[in-house]
Design a protein around this ligand. Sequence first.
Ligand code: SAM
Length: 388
Amino acid sequence: MRLRIFSPGQLVTDWTVHAVRMADDLTTAGKLWSAPWQAAVRAVPRHELVPVHYQRVPGTEQWTRAETTLDLAYSNTALFVLPDGLSSTSMPSLMTRMLEALDVHDRHNVLEIGAGTGYNAALLCHRLGDQHVFAIDLEPTLVQLARQRLARIGYHPTLVTADAVNGLPEHAPYDRVIATCSVPAVPWSWVEQTREGGLILADIKLAALTGNLVLLHRTADGAQGRFDRTYGGFMAMRSSGETYSSSRPRRIHRDRSSTRIRTSTLDVSHPWEHSVLWFLAHLHLPPGISFGLCGKDTSTPPTTAFLSAADGSWCEIDEPSPDGTRHVREAGPHQLWRIIEETHATWLRMDQPGWERFGLTVTTNRQAVWLDEPRNVLRQLTETHSSR
Ligand SMILES: C[S@@+](CC[C@H](N)C(=O)[O-])C[C@H]1O[C@@H](n2cnc3c(N)ncnc32)[C@H](O)[C@@H]1O
């Protein structure tokens, strides 16, 4: 093992020690298990691809820039890599879980949607070789930085600035497509550009926190597969010009003149704790849902969750009183919390299914979410679920 002096008096072990430790930790945690991916995690210098990161100053729209220490670069942490939250490098455990699920074999051609820092592309290059890896990102600055940094550490995938909605037709077909930004429905271009028998691993999110990873098998006329047993999530695919601030939920003006006030005993107001239920509810909620938490100020825990829809419907759900009931205020054309309550009742009747019981079938003209088997369709994903 090489030892390097980073600054006078400070003896720092080589980065490979950190990379090996991260591979071991991910293996112990059950997020990494095959020898080729373990070797890739040990070999790719993540700190070279994420030399700096950004943090939002709590309660403000300001971002601060900080150098990434070796400890941080090789921890299971997602880091914003552009100010305004336009890109992040995802948690290594999420990436390795996805790479394992992708079931790649020698000579497979892989398209990565959302190249970001290039870390995932570097892992793919280590596994498959540069000529088999294609990655796109909307952000030209990122693509340029990733290309330079990857070249410096010896990787040369095909990196292109492009909008993921179109895929990357010039190098298709691919054996595998892996998306590291979420979409409300699978762009048909991804299906079209995947070889029959190939796999598409995507994150379907109807709104923030309401969806999950789905592994689709390319069939003769589309793609079909099941959602992942474990939750995983990415930032949403965005259009050019859209920023983190502009895509954040807005509290719409609430007309309180016709507010309905009632109580509810349902305890599911945090979507991240009940992701299946919130996904199902979003199949029935009106379009343009925003979710947020509010309270007295940023130094105390939130006291109220709120939901609003593009049609002006909104609801507020207070934290429970000591007897377990919550005060609910609702107004507008749709009773949003009522829809969540009805979905919860349906989910109980379905025997409380987890993610693994849900699937998705994609054809040219429809995307159907089903329970247990493709003919048991629950709902179609439609344009109203698309933010684009
Ligand atoms: C979570 S990051 C990807 C992390 C990356 N895989 C890595 O290893 O660092 C999501 C990326 O998706 C990109 N993205 C968002 N919308 C996009 C679009 N329409 N087309 C292409 N890339 C997009 C963002 O710029 C961002 O870099």
